[in-house]
Write a protein that binds this ligand. Structure first.
Ligand code: FDM
Length: 183
């Protein structure tokens, strides 16, 4: 008997929005309701490409901006066969960041346009749903310091948030925005 394809669900948002926690909860809830579900995250730091990215994020190495953008995309592409297989097996994938983070973070840097940033990810499996956890800069500040990794400054995170807002105008993507607040 052919089994139903799994859904591809992506969680996006700026740092500290709680994506990882919510991904885990969603996987648990799906499993408890009898639907096979697994979590994935990008970057996947376990692969050879992922290790290059991880060293860059931890500021242990420097990489040219276009180069690291392409590595983030390559890190997604290298996992596509595995993703397709799982989806075909009926497993729902809950993914912590995807190509939208790729575009939002690189295009927040000087000299990058959305169009160039989107090109390397064209053709990736399309998410059935993208949940955007919306956290205002003021609320992010209430949650304490951004991490020690690259991109962990409030000025950069604000620029990233603006880029996400531009991406959310794309009607072909099923965006669902969840506004978070401390109160
Ligand atoms: N990031 C993540 C990118 O710049 N491009 C990408 O394609 C992706 C998937 O890497 F600062 C950034 C976003 C974030 C960092 O952090 C990864 P986490 O804590 O592993 O999600």
């Amino acid at each position: 008997m052919a089994c139903k394809r799994g859904a591809l669900i992506v969680l996006e948002g700026v740092d500290k929005a709680g994506k990882t926690t919510q991904c885990k909860k969603l996987v648990q809830a799906l499993q408890q309701s009898g639907r096979p579900a697994e979590m994935m995250r990008f970057p996947d730091r376990t692969t050879t490409i992922g290790q290059l990215i991880s060293a860059y994020l931890e500021k242990k190495s420097d990489l040219e901006d276009h180069t690291v953008h392409l590595l983030f995309s390559a890190n997604r592409w290298e996992l596509v066969p595995q993703m397709r297989k799982k989806l075909e097996q009926g497993i729902t994938l809950v993914v912590d960041r995807y190509a939208f983070s790729g575009v939002a973070f690189t295009s927040a840097k000087q000299g990058f346009c959305l169009d160039w940033c989107m090109k390397p990810d064209v053709g990736l499996p399309k998410p059935d749903l993208v949940i955007f956890l919306q956290l205002s800069p003021a609320e992010a500040t209430l949650r304490g310091q951004f991490g020690e990794e690259r991109y962990g400054t409030s000025v950069f995170q604000r620029a990233v948030q603006q880029r996400f807002e531009q991406l959310m105008k794309e009607p072909s993507v099923n965006w669902q925005v969840i506004r978070l607040s401390e109160h």
